[in-house]
Design a protein around this ligand. Structure first.
Ligand code: SAM
Length: 439
């Protein structure tokens, strides 16, 4: 989501006549988009700004420095008080004002700008894309922001305080953006929101038992030339029968679900205010795999939540075994200000969090390794995205279940769908070759 927000701001600046700088050492404006989900992310952004300030103020004092996004939203003026070299602090509902504020600063109308106010309609302002360049560098995949904010109030999470309440864009508005992207060569779209399955909950009435989100999926599915639809992040609570059933009839909806579980212990899920049990969660995965047996499931897990006992953690290990995740993002619990969990009793020492993180990571890697190995010898459809990052002589694409595949191919296959034979599996990467008859 942060990448998408940054891209929209970059595109808005380009539309105003700015050009993207090749690196921060030659840029006239340097904006850091920030995340507040864990303290480590905030400290990293502050450290980076301190380095930038020291470098630019010595050699190029005219450079404008700014923070955007979640940390800007939660800390506001405090950031300038702490780092006086910062000129601009832009909150999460004000990304689209960045260009105007820069104009004011360059014109000498304002010295410093801090804007972290709420703005009605801001959910529909993240829409511009950077699609410049020749065909060889134009993106094949794109993110589209469908909503802002979150009403879930998980006890560990700062997002409702930094991104505000849930607000959704209209279906026609989202579809128009997707259509334009497809017109420019995009073949796969990922719909983005903090909890996408809550899309349109207040704004769009259910129709024929279908939620606003399923209605949006149907509308995007209609776009000619679009090959694949993904979305992230959903909430397990959002997997009603209408969404599960949509997988059975919307072929562009790929077999991939990022389903944040957070814990395998019912006691922890309750304390986290997640709104489902372990059994319910595993039931959702089973339903999805019944409709689409190839469904690739990834997740987010927090270890070391306040009060997490060894037995609670073992429930998480056993859930990971049962769910057979393709991958999991594991986070060590980080107390966030103003969140209920930060004041809960039973805060765990860092060493316990580290140890549980390492054990869970080893298990997740082992399970994923088996799942990847089991694919060797099979043929899978890949959307070719471009040169492989590690070896530009080879191409890289993604399977429908969101696994990366690397193979020998031709640069003009970019943007096409190929069926590849899987020859070998590495760490979270498949290696393939053109199946017989494919040219
Ligand atoms: N909206 C998604 C949901 O709630 O299902 C997740 C969005 S959050 C930005 C990404 C992940 O960060 C969460 O799923 C959670 O695992 C992790 N996270 C959030 N708050 C955290 C905290 N205080 N400490 C550690 N990890 C945290």
């Amino acid at each position: 989501m942060n990448e998408r927000d940054s891209e929209a701001v970059a595109a808005q600046l380009v539309a105003k006549g700015y050009t993207l700088a090749a690196s921060e050492t030659v840029a006239d404006v340097i904006l850091l988009n920030t995340c507040s989900v864990r303290d480590a992310a905030e400290q990293k952004a502050i450290g980076k700004m301190q380095t930038l300030a020291a470098e630019t103020r010595r050699n190029r004092p005219e450079v404008v420095l700014g923070f955007m996004g979640c940390m800007a939203q939660s800390r506001g003026q405090e950031l300038i008080d702490r780092l006086p070299d910062v000129d601009l602090v832009i909150g999460t509902q004000k990304f689209h004002r960045t260009a105007d504020y820069l104009d004011d600063i360059f014109a000498g109308k304002r010295d410093k700008v801090v804007d972290v106010a709420e703005e009605q309609g801001s959910e529909a302002t993240i829409r511009e894309h950077v699609l410049n360049g020749n065909t060889a560098s134009k993106p094949v995949t794109a993110f589209v922001s469908i909503m802002q904010g979150c009403n879930q109030r998980c006890t560990f999470c700062i997002v409702p305080y930094t991104r505000g309440a849930e607000r959704s864009r209209g279906i026609a508005d989202v579809v128009a953006e997707c259509r334009e992207l497809v017109g420019r060569g995009v073949r796969e779209i990922t719909l983005l929101g903090q909890i996408v399955t809550s899309y349109g909950r207040r704004e769009i009435p259910a129709r024929d038992g279908k939620s606003g989100f399923v209605q949006l999926l149907e509308a995007v599915h209609e776009i000619d030339g679009l090959e694949r639809i993904r979305f992230t992040s959903p909430h397990p609570k959002g997997y009603g029968d209408d969404l599960v059933e949509a997988y059975g009839r919307l072929p562009k909806l790929v077999e991939s679900a990022h389903l944040p579980v957070q814990s395998g212990s019912d006691a922890m899920l309750k304390a986290m205010h997640r709104g489902y049990t372990r059994e319910k969660y595993l039931g959702i995965i089973a339903k999805l795999r019944r409709v689409r047996p190839q469904m690739g499931v990834t997740t987010d897990i927090i270890v070391g939540f306040p009060g997490e006992t060894e037995a609670d953690f073992e429930d998480t290990l056993s859930l990971a075994r049962e769910a057979e995740f393709d991958n999991a993002y594991i986070f060590k619990y980080s107390p966030r200000r103003d969140t209920p969990a930060a004041d809960m009793p039973g805060q765990l020492p860092q060493a316990v969090k580290e140890e549980r993180n390492a054990r869970l990571l080893a298990l997740v890697n082992e399970i994923a390794g088996h799942r990847y190995d089991a694919l060797v010898g099979r043929s899978m459809e890949v959307l070719v995205e471009g040169p492989s990052k590690r070896n530009a002589a080879r191409l890289m694409g993604r399977t429908r279940c969101n696994r990366i595949m690397v193979f020998e191919g031709d640069a003009n296959q970019r943007g096409t769908l190929l069926h590849l034979q899987i020859e070998r599996a590495g760490s979270f990467t498949l290696y393939g070759r053109m199946a017989n008859g494919e040219s």
